[in-house]
Design a binder for this molecule. Structure first.
Ligand code: FE2
Ligand code: FE2
Length: 517
């Protein structure tokens, strides 16, 4: 850990302390990271000191300040972001956040491996909420929203993917306190490893910026996408031979899922200011064109073996909840298919489900029902299609049996929405479809997350992602392996000489090892 004393050799106090500390990778996880935090008031000289754990010299970078004023309550939020580049791959660093007049706050991070030099683990879930009520308790909360942080941390992943619907601030009468509760809850993990998010419909806080995303965008420092006006809305980063792509599905989904009657009724001048939470098509195709460029480049790169998409709404669902959105099938699935996306991680449906590899559609399907390729539930070759996972049990206290809408084994699809306007939510029109694509669906009310272990080079020339879904009962902190499967395919190219991608390599993947099949 960095040895730090405030100027003059004594610890200064009296200023607002750094809080809500969390990390994000830059576009290259092997060399770039950002440290972010909040403070209750503007601070003087925000900066970050860091060093390799095994090297004595300390470097310092200045942080930038961003802020916004919450439309509902008038509170102003201040966040700080320090970007670091030129780091060594697969290396541990210690850091300290420093303000004038406040004790430093410390953390650590580990950079990603370079190329196929080492395996790594990442974790994923969506729809977390917060562990206890804030304000009038309008937003969702559950003890499991806290327990899941400890369960993730116990597996020591290199990073964590958040598949949208983070804290449900748009449901709350106290959205700033809701965000503070969210980061206070996750910082015991996110201070030590990046939690990389995707925007969900509940990040749309009507009145906070053109898409309602100002809370999210102020608090996260994410890789760029080449379009400054939409910076942070979608992005990509590379870890080893894996490309992770984070999408914003509100841009393409039919469902009017960002609507909040509380914000409609309580944000001052909501109607006079022309606030509209229905933002489908807001990027005017810019996100889709960016996605096609990124996927096309990755599909041609010998450096990339796996393409993983993190997004919120789902392309397929048998859950008794929202349903799959036809807008995703129309806009994203043709690109996923054309450029060989291997795995999609989503949320929005507050349960766990996974599919067989899908490619094309069932013959004559007006719903664009994806066609399964193969029926092996335990091991799948993603050269044949894209596997989709819904991991929506991060913590939202969902109770599926009370919302049954269709028969067992059927898929449900949102095909259109009814009339609406900024003051009245558009109702989704639903229909059912056969669901031969579903490999496993767990509709029991439960909380869970997935751990994914990437092995870049096995001895037979293949690369694998071994997936374990951990589940806990409501109110229970004991997350146990519930479902396991493996994605396997030939690596694009192989490291010269000795195979080095063994997951058992000391330090490559830590944890209790229970996940390994
Ligand atoms: Fe959700
Ligand atoms: Fe959602």
């Amino acid at each position: 850990m960095i040895e730090l004393m405030a100027e003059g050799g004594t610890m200064l106090t009296g200023g607002p302390a750094p809080e809500q500390v969390h990390l994000q990778f830059g576009p290259d996880a092997a060399s770039q990271i950002a440290v972010s935090w909040a403070a209750r008031a503007p601070v003087a000289r925000p900066r970050l000191r860091f060093s390799q754990a095994s090297v004595g010299s300390v470097s310092e970078v200045q942080a930038t300040e961003r802020g916004y004023t919450e439309a509902l309550t008038g509170e102003t939020v201040y966040s700080y972001h320090a970007r670091i580049g030129s780091l060594e791959p697969d290396t541990c660093y210690g850091y300290e956040i420093v303000h004038d007049g406040a004790p430093p706050v410390a953390g650590t991070f580990r950079t990603g491996p370079r190329g196929r030099s080492a395996g790594f683990r990442f974790t994923s879930f969506g729809d977390q909420s917060i562990p206890a009520p804030v304000g009038a308790g309008l937003g969702p909360n559950s003890p499991n929203a806290g327990y899941v942080v400890d369960a993730v941390e116990a597996l020591d992943p290199l990073f964590h993917l958040v598949n949208g619907d983070l804290c449900y601030g748009n449901c709350s009468d106290q959205p700033v306190a809701t965000w503070a509760s969210y980061f206070a809850n996750i910082t015991r993990s996110a201070r030590f490893r990046p939690w990389m998010p995707a925007l969900g419909n509940h990040e749309n806080e009507a009145g906070n910026g053109p898409q309602g995303y100002l809370s999210y965008l102020t608090r996260f420092e994410l890789p760029g996408n080449g379009t400054p006006v939409f910076a942070g809305n979608w992005y990509a980063f590379t870890v080893g031979a894996v490309l992770i792509v984070s999408l914003n599905n509100d841009d393409v989904c039919l469902q009017d899922a960002g609507f909040s009657s509380h914000r409609r009724d309580h944000v001052p001048d909501y109607e006079a200011d022309g606030v509209d939470p229905y933002i489908r098509g807001y990027s005017r195709g810019q996100q889709r064109r960016w996605l096609e460029r990124v996927l096309a480049a990755a599909s041609q790169s010998d450096e990339i073996d796996w393409i993983v998409v993190c997004m919120h709404h789902v392309a397929m669902s048998t859950a008794h909840f929202n349903g799959a959105d036809l807008g995703i099938r129309q806009n994203w699935l043709p690109l996923f298919e054309a450029y060989g996306v291997d795995l999609v991680l989503a949320g929005h449906e507050h349960h766990f489900e996974r599919t067989f590899p899908v490619r094309g559609t069932l013959p004559g399907s007006a719903l664009l029902t994806p066609a399964p390729q193969g029926g092996d539930r335990a091991e799948m070759d993603t050269r044949h299609g894209t596997v989709h996972m819904t991991i929506g049990g991060g913590g939202h206290p969902y109770n599926a049996p009370g919302q049954l809408r269709h028969g067992p084994g059927e898929g449900i699809v949102i095909t259109s929405v009814g009339d609406g306007d900024p003051q009245h939510q558009r109702q989704a029109h639903l229909t059912v479809e056969p669901a031969p694509w579903s490999a496993y669906s767990d509709e029991r009310p439960a909380f869970g997350f997935a751990a994914l272990d990437v092995n870049p080079a096995e001895r037979d020339g293949t690369t694998t992602i071994a997936v374990t879904y951990y589940r806990a009962d409501p109110g229970c902190a004991d997350y146990r392996p519930h479902d396991q499967f493996v994605l396997r395919k030939p690596a694009r190219s192989y490291p010269a000489g000795e195979w080095v991608g063994d997951l058992c390599r000391p330090g490559a993947v830590r944890g209790d090892g229970r996940h390994r099949a």
